[in-house]
Design a protein around this ligand. Structure first.
Ligand code: RNT
Ligand code: ZN
Length: 428
């Protein structure tokens, strides 16, 4: 009986897919090709959603002007739990996955190793795990949640000794990223974000920026043995406690990265609310060798709500797909929500990005462009609007089935079961 039901629904899915495929074909879009392209686009899943950005190096609170609010039970408290949770989340996320680590997730076997003394060996557990799962790793130096960042300044600190400590950390992290690249024979994004800034109006905006420039020069002076490490720097508009001035602003890094020929990370929550991150991509790729996108959703003061399949996300994914610069754009999640099931937070965000990418791959862009080139702007707008109601879900379901991940209702059930069987047993 059960079997018959399954095969009935498989036949129905096949029929819906074929019908959808016909409609897309009529507009010049190949759905099979969209599905196989999507399967090859890597998405870096951030480790820090699993433990509320706490890490394993002794901090019990997050600092640096970012906050994971909420007290839902089940936070991963150590690497075994974090790997278990991430592995489970992966089983519910279609597509090619990577895992994004921060320096504070080093495994030092109970030994106190300060951030400037971290070595590749402190990440061997992560490398083994990545090999086992056949996934890539990405990396981030951690310039927050540390006694030497509590003044609100790190690489731009007035005290040269404090700056030197953080420069050593930056250098250590590039070497660790290089070791991931060597071990996994893959590229590794090494993304640098610092919290430096002032709560209130500064008298000197230039000084900290000069110091940051100098510190970054020291970090990036050392050439790495091959080009597998993708160095990137991430700007921000403001943080909690740095509302009036952020040293590493967009303009600062735009200039710095183009001068140094390194990458920039565009975090979707780090701009004025009406600014379009999608519109920045084509301009920046003319001057910056590589871009990293942090998929995130700003809500009022918070830049890190779970990314959802909304128009902002769709527009960013459309640009990435339209420009066909896949080898120069690296996609990553960045948000943290401690108020709901953390596995579900990972899955909702990752599936939203996958949906937005598929939606972009299914856009009848050739036909829309033809109209643009002919100056038929009403037809361009009309087709864009018509494209919104094409039978997208049939193609999405087909993709999930091909990736052997459950469809919508089923993954929600699985996440609930994991919650009661594993997460609730951990306590708050
Ligand atoms: C902070 C930045 C940064 C962090 C992570 C944890 O505003 O977005 O990317 O979220 O490094
Ligand atoms: Zn970010």
């Amino acid at each position: 009986m059960e079997k018959r039901k399954r095969s009935d629904s498989a036949t129905e899915d096949e029929a819906s897919y074929l019908e959808a495929k016909g409609k897309y074909t009529a507009l010049g879009v190949d759905t099979d090709h969209a599905i196989s392209t999507l399967a090859s686009i890597p998405l870096s899943i951030h480790c820090w959603q699993g433990d509320d950005v706490i890490g394993f190096d002794g901090a019990d609170q997050l600092s640096g002007g970012i906050m994971a609010t909420g007290s839902h039970p089940g936070r991963a408290r150590n690497s075994a739990e974090l790997r278990q949770d991430a592995g489970f989340a992966f089983s519910l996320i279609p597509g090619k996955k990577r895992f994004n680590l921060h320096a504070m997730y080093a495994e030092t076997q109970g030994k106190k190793v300060d951030r400037d003394a971290l070595e590749p060996s402190h990440f061997s557990g992560w490398i083994d795990w990545a090999k086992e799962l056949k996934i890539g790793l990405d990396f981030n130096p951690t310039f927050f949640s540390h006694p030497l960042s509590e003044s609100g300044f790190t690489l731009s600190h007035q005290d040269a000794e404090i700056r030197k400590f953080w420069v050593r950390h930056g250098l250590a992290c590039r070497r660790i990223a290089q070791s991931f690249a060597d071990e996994l024979k893959d590229h590794v994004v090494n993304n640098l974000w610092i919290p430096d800034g002032y709560k209130d109006i500064p008298a000197d905006r230039l000084g900290p920026r000069l110091r940051l420039q100098e510190s970054l020069d020291e970090i990036y002076r050392e050439a790495l043995p091959n080009n597998r490490v993708v160095d990137a720097v991430e700007s921000k508009l403001f943080g909690i406690g740095s509302e009036s001035y952020v040293v590493g602003s967009h303009e600062f890094y735009m200039g710095y990265a183009s001068k140094r020929n390194i990458g920039i990370c565009l975090d979707m929550g780090h701009f004025h609310p009406t600014e379009s991150v999608a519109d920045k991509i084509s301009s920046m790729l003319l001057f910056i060798p590589r871009l990293v996108i942090h998929f995130s959703r700003g809500v009022r003061w918070d830049s890190d709500h779970i990314i959802l399949w909304n128009e902002d996300l769709q527009n960013v994914c459309k640009e990435v797909v339209r420009i066909k610069a896949g080898d120069r754009v690296f996609l990553a999640l960045d948000y943290f929500d401690a108020s709901i099931n953390r596995i579900a937070a990972w899955v909702i965000g990752a599936r939203s990005v996958q949906k937005a990418l598929l939606y972009a791959l299914l856009e009848p862009i050739e036909k829309i462009r033809e109209r643009e080139q002919a100056g038929d702007y009403f037809k361009r707008l009309a087709l864009m609007e018509e494209a919104k109601t094409l039978p997208f879900t049939a193609v999405w379901d087909r993709y999930c089935a091909a990736q052997s991940v459950p469809p919508e209702q089923e993954w929600i059930e699985s996440a609930s079961t994991y919650e009661s069987k594993v997460l609730e047993k951990r306590g708050r």
